[in-house]
Design a binder for this molecule. Structure first.
Ligand code: FE2
Length: 244
């Protein structure tokens, strides 16, 4: 038999435990609320940071484009083509903001190329060509010091490499070339061929596809050419007109 004193003591103890549990629960709720606030603030900060990166990248891209007037919105078109092609090979890589940044900023190094060379119609002299080719390393130098743009910098550095190893600046071959740079090279060719220049009219999409296919395995990664092949004309046309 439990005496009434013992019963009262037990009740008291139970009540104390209940209060303790209640206060622990409240404390946990407070922690959870604090954490939610911290996460919310962190997310807002990350978004702000990423928006400021996008704005900076766009500003830099425009700085290059205004000097290269005849190519119009080349960087944006080529980035759109490049992302479409990359998505068909490696969707995760395409979703990384740095991939788009690298595409948009591929020619940022041209800010250091004198107007006389930048605007001169081909062919360039050997010395002019040597200077022009420096834009990949200059671009890489500009970006590689910026945190969060290291991968974009490697795309900028490698965007004129060729699958057969005959490109520049490092003469990388095959899969030594970062995949994003291999995809970019095809996108760049597609845009160059289908855009009119002072010395030649724009070619059709079909003609562009043919000349790019002909360079699969030499200038371009065959897998990337295949990815372009599997992209319908309608998608490319939509990207070109900026509706993509
Ligand atoms: Fe370039």
């Amino acid at each position: 038999m439990i005496g009434s004193d013992e019963l009262a003591e037990l009740r008291l103890e139970l009540e104390q435990q209940r209060r303790l549990a209640e206060s622990k629960e409240q404390q946990l709720e407070r922690y959870a609320a604090d954490l939610r606030e911290v996460f919310k603030a962190e997310r807002a900060r990350a978004e702000e940071l990423s928006e400021s990166y996008v704005a900076t990248v766009r500003a830099l891209t425009n700085a290059v484009e205004v000097r290269d007037a005849y190519t119009g919105k080349h960087a944006e078109r080529v980035a759109a083509y490049g992302l479409e092609i990359t998505t068909r090979i490696d969707p995760d890589l395409a979703a990384e903001p740095q991939t788009e940044f690298g595409f948009l900023l591929h020619d940022v190094g041209k800010v250091a190329i004198p107007d006389g060379i930048l605007h001169k119609p081909y062919p360039l002299s050997e010395e002019e060509e040597r200077l022009m080719r420096r834009h990949v390393l200059i671009g890489w130098e500009i970006l590689s010091g910026i945190p969060f743009l290291e991968q974009a910098a490697t795309i900028v550095r490698s965007h004129h490499e060729r699958w057969d190893g005959l490109g520049y600046p490092d003469g990388l071959k095959g899969e030594e070339i970062p995949l994003a740079a291999r995809a970019f090279a095809v996108a760049d060719a597609l845009d160059a061929i289908t855009t009119s220049r002072p010395y030649r009219p724009a070619a059709s999409l079909a003609e562009a596809r043919m000349s790019i296919c002909a360079a699969a395995g030499t200038q371009f990664d065959p897998r990337v050419v295949q990815a372009l092949d599997s992209t319908p004309d309608a998608i490319l046309e939509r990207l070109r007109s900026g509706l993509g």
